[in-house]
Design a protein around this ligand. Structure first.
Ligand code: ACM
Ligand code: ZN
Length: 542
């Protein structure tokens, strides 16, 4: 059933008395006229000159191409968000989901509201999903009668890679929260979840062939309380003796992969190597140059003990782990870490030095590249591509490696010039484990730094100094949430929101379309949605 009514837009600019009467009527009937001004902002919002609108009513139905399972799921999402029901009678549906939007960008969408009803068309199924999200956010905070002005609304993201990283090694987050996190990404049009699964302080990825990893390397017996003392004085630090435990079974991870895929989010798993491996080394000490013993770390920082690059059993171990990783995660990109891996142990390890001699390597950085190349070849056989932190540039990038630039823009710039794909995630704009307000006392303890909302919004992922051709290698941008100081799901949400909203406009909007002041007005509405959805967020903005 479609109801056509003259819209409020008829009255705009007319006599103030009429406007007063009309406003009074709005108050009495508790009806709301949506404006489609959401985060991320659509590229175009054009209202029909007729000024008409349609009423959204509970009796309405959502239709979809019935031969397409993804579109069926999209229809279920649309029905859930809009409070409607799904129909297989697509000819008579009030809301029609369709493919076939002419755009080179698969994530592009167009919403049209007119006398025939609502159509959400995508260049692919993901585009339809983003159109649904835009409509959902447009109406979410409205109560009573919802009026959708006749309009044409379209959007198309600037970048294909729109990511967020979550560290589940330093603190473990349950499956229920991982799903909520994925819902949060979907709300913001983010399509990559970079899942940091292992580190010195805990191993969270079940490897069936190496059961000690899940059983023991996932357990940290104690955790430093308060601010880290670093490596200088760990014995005199104060520890919480409650063990931090938890790992994801392969069944759980498969379920999460499917949950994310329904929301057009690819999970890029990270097993960090050759550094950040103390947890694994604690159960398999042969993996380290000295042979240990090692203990899952209860402090934060960078460990000198890393995987022994000269021991053939190290590669055997890695191939077992990554082999199972590929069985669980279908993502083309697989993150091999590569950050913060000191090479001091390698300098004095006979096995590492012998390997360098055998390969004719002149420095230890090249030894890291040797491991990366081995992993690249192993993963290429499984149809995968490696991505690593920007330290992977130091010994020379392996042939097809993508780079995640975190120590500034320089690594990513260099990689793009070498025609390697890049994700920009510099600490300066993307590290949302930093404080978001100047007044540290007004926030929970954080790792340090200061990254306010406005700074995230100001990020430009494509650095100066690249040619147009080189700039094409910048796939996108992502925020990183490291969790040394993030102790609970509520705390994680507080760190994520609303900075993720700012990042989503960095990822979706062309630079000339960004406007921070205007963003803040749209954010106010999004924050109302956060409240509705029960998400914690930082209410102050700097
Ligand atoms: C990193 O923040 N160590 C990549
Ligand atoms: Zn060694």
């Amino acid at each position: 059933m479609k109801i056509e009514v003259p819209s409020a837009f008829h009255f705009r600019g007319s006599k103030s008395f009429l406007l007063f009467l009309f406003s009074a009527a709005i108050c009495l009937c508790a009806c709301a006229e949506v404006n489609y001004q959401v985060v991320p902002l659509p590229q175009q919002i054009s209202f029909d000159k007729s000024g008409k609108y349609m009423l959204l009513t509970k009796e309405m139905t959502v239709g979809y191409p019935t031969d397409n399972a993804q579109m069926k799921r999209n229809a279920e999402f649309a029905a859930e968000y809009l409070g409607l029901s799904v129909t297989s009678d697509k000819k008579n549906a009030d809301v029609s989901l369709m493919l076939g939007l002419k755009s080179m960008n698969p994530d592009a969408y167009a919403i049209s509201v007119n006398k025939k009803g609502i159509t959400i068309q995508g260049a692919s199924e993901s585009g339809v999903f983003y159109g649904i999200q835009t409509l959902r956010k447009s109406i979410m905070n409205e109560t009573g009668e919802i009026r959708l002005p006749y309009a044409w609304v379209c959007g198309s993201p600037r970048f294909s890679y729109r990511g967020t990283e979550l560290d589940c090694a330093r603190h473990f987050f349950p499956v229920s929260f991982i799903k909520k996190f994925i819902d949060i990404l979907a709300l913001h049009g983010i399509n990559r979840f970079h899942w940091h699964l292992t580190d010195d302080q805990g191993w969270r990825f079940e490897v069936k062939a190496l059961p000690e990893l899940a059983k023991k390397a996932s357990v940290r017996s104690c955790t430093i309380i308060g601010k880290n003392v670093g490596l200088s004085d760990p014995d005199n630090a104060i520890y919480d003796d409650t063990p931090e435990t938890g790992y994801y079974t392969q069944e759980e991870m498969r379920e999460i992969v499917a949950y994310a895929a329904e929301r057009y989010i690819t999970i890029i798993p990270e097993i960090d190597l050759p550094g950040h491996m103390i947890a694994a080394m604690s159960v398999y000490p042969y993996l380290g140059c000295t042979g240990g013993p090692y203990k899952v770390w209860g402090i934060w920082g960078v460990a000198d003990d890393v995987l022994c690059a000269g021991n053939p059993k190290t590669l055997e171990f890695l191939k077992t782990v990554y082999g199972e990783l590929c069985e669980v995660f279908p993502s083309k990109l697989i993150h091999i870490g590569g950050d913060e891996s000191p090479r001091v142990r390698w300098k004095t390890c006979p096995k590492c030095q012998a390997k360098m001699k055998e390969l004719g390597l002149t420095n230890e950085a090249q030894l890291q590249t040797y491991i990366n190349k081995e992993m690249e070849a192993f993963l290429a056989l499984r149809g995968r591509q490696i991505i690593g932190w920007d330290e992977t540039l130091e010994g020379g990038l392996s042939e097809n490696a993508a780079v995640m630039s975190w120590r500034g823009y320089e690594g990513g710039t260099a990689a793009a010039k070498l025609h390697h794909q890049v994700v920009m995630t510099p600490t300066s704009h993307c590290y949302i484990d930093y404080y978001q307000l100047k007044n540290r006392d007004a926030q929970p303890l954080a790792i340090g730094g200061y990254l306010p909302l406005s700074k995230v919004y100001s990020m430009e992922p494509v650095p100066d100094g690249l040619t147009k051709e080189e700039a094409k290698y910048i796939m996108g941008a992502q925020c990183n949430l490291w969790t040394e100081y993030v102790l609970s799901p509520d705390h994680a949400e507080y760190m994520l929101l609303p900075r993720l909203a700012a990042m989503s406009e960095v990822q979706w909007l062309q630079p000339e379309a960004k406007n921070y002041e205007q963003f803040l007005t749209r954010l106010a509405s999004l924050e109302q949605s956060y409240r509705r959805l029960g998400y914690k967020f930082c209410t102050a903005h700097e």
